[in-house]
Design a protein around this ligand. Structure first.
Ligand code: URA
Length: 290
């Protein structure tokens, strides 16, 4: 059972309850429902964020931080996957990606590319999920364990939460196109390195160019930093439309919090919800345009 303090989020919709605000409130309730909240558990609101911060501060003074889980040992390199010099890999990627005339050809071109070192330890290539006609393209950090097994981006726990977030603003599988800044799982789910991202980037750029979406959504810090060429963190970047030069033109890109972060930090769902409404508003606006 998951519970919700009464009025916790609804009270924070900081505007009078007009028809559209009522819609927002209903959509928020739908999202809570989708996430398993099934009852109201208290008379007054609890600031769990403050409680978490206090507990964290107490834990930090009481004991040293826990040792990080060591990354899993990479699987042995597969025969035939010689390491390629980074510059050569990028040139090869550019040539293969540039020759692709459709998303399907691009996926085929990627299957012949071995310039990204991540490929050697991955089980499968995760090229995309969703519709080739989508108006909105989501770009995440990199496949995890479930994605590596299935060869499809965002199908694990974080992906399931992403689906619920999208459903809350009425977006389904046919409305979105989902990929990552790298197409293979980084061992132990570590953040992909610059070299790994650069090797994949010509494919991602061509993927954006061929899909030509109206909007990009950058999921989490690494996708945001690489695609917007910024060192600023996701907390600073999120929730505002940013210019992103990719796929032959300047496109509108909205950085959002990563669903894996939201699973660890439920208090941040309020910000995630605001960012989803920002996306929804932009989609509605282009729907209304003559
Ligand atoms: N996290 C990501 O960034 N991408 C996935 O595909 C899965 C989890």
């Amino acid at each position: 059972m998951l519970g919700l303090e009464p009025q916790s989020q609804l009270a924070n919709l900081a505007y009078p309850m007009t028809a559209s605000k009522a819609d927002s409130a209903i959509a928020l309730l739908d999202w809570y429902k989708a996430m398993g909240v099934d009852e109201v558990i208290g008379e007054s609101e609890i600031d769990r964020f403050a409680a978490t911060q206090a507990a964290k501060a107490a834990a930090e003074t009481a004991s040293p931080p826990p040792a990080q889980e060591p990354p899993k040992a990479p699987a042995a390199r597969r025969p035939g996957f010689a390491s390629v010099a980074p510059d050569e890999a990028v040139m090869d990627a550019r040539e293969r990606a540039g020759n692709a005339k459709s998303l399907q050809e691009l996926e085929e071109a990627l299957s012949g590319f071995d310039g990204c070192p991540l490929r050697a330890t991955a089980k499968n290539t995760c090229f995309k999920r969703g519709s080739d006609k989508a108006r909105v393209m989501f770009i995440g950090e990199g496949p995890g364990r479930d994605e590596d097994i299935q060869g499809v981006p965002f199908v694990g726990r974080a992906g399931k939460l992403l689906d619920k977030m999208l459903a809350a603003i009425s977006l389904g599988e046919d409305d979105v196109y989902v990929t990552n800044i790298v197409y293979w799982r980084p061992p132990g789910n570590r953040t992909p390195t610059l070299q790994e991202v650069q090797a994949c980037m010509p494919f991602l750029e061509r993927q954006v160019e061929l899909l030509d979406p109206d909007f990009l959504v950058l999921i989490g810090g690494p996708a945001t930093q690489h695609l917007l060429a910024t060192k600023d963190g996701i907390m600073r970047m999120r929730g505002k439309w940013r210019d992103c030069d990719i796929g032959g033109k300047t496109r509108q890109a909205l950085p959002i919090l990563h669903p894996a972060y939201l699973l660890r930090t439920p208090a941040a769902k309020r910000q995630a919800w605001r960012d989803l409404l920002t996306l929804k508003a932009a989609l509605n606006k282009t729907d209304e345009a003559p």
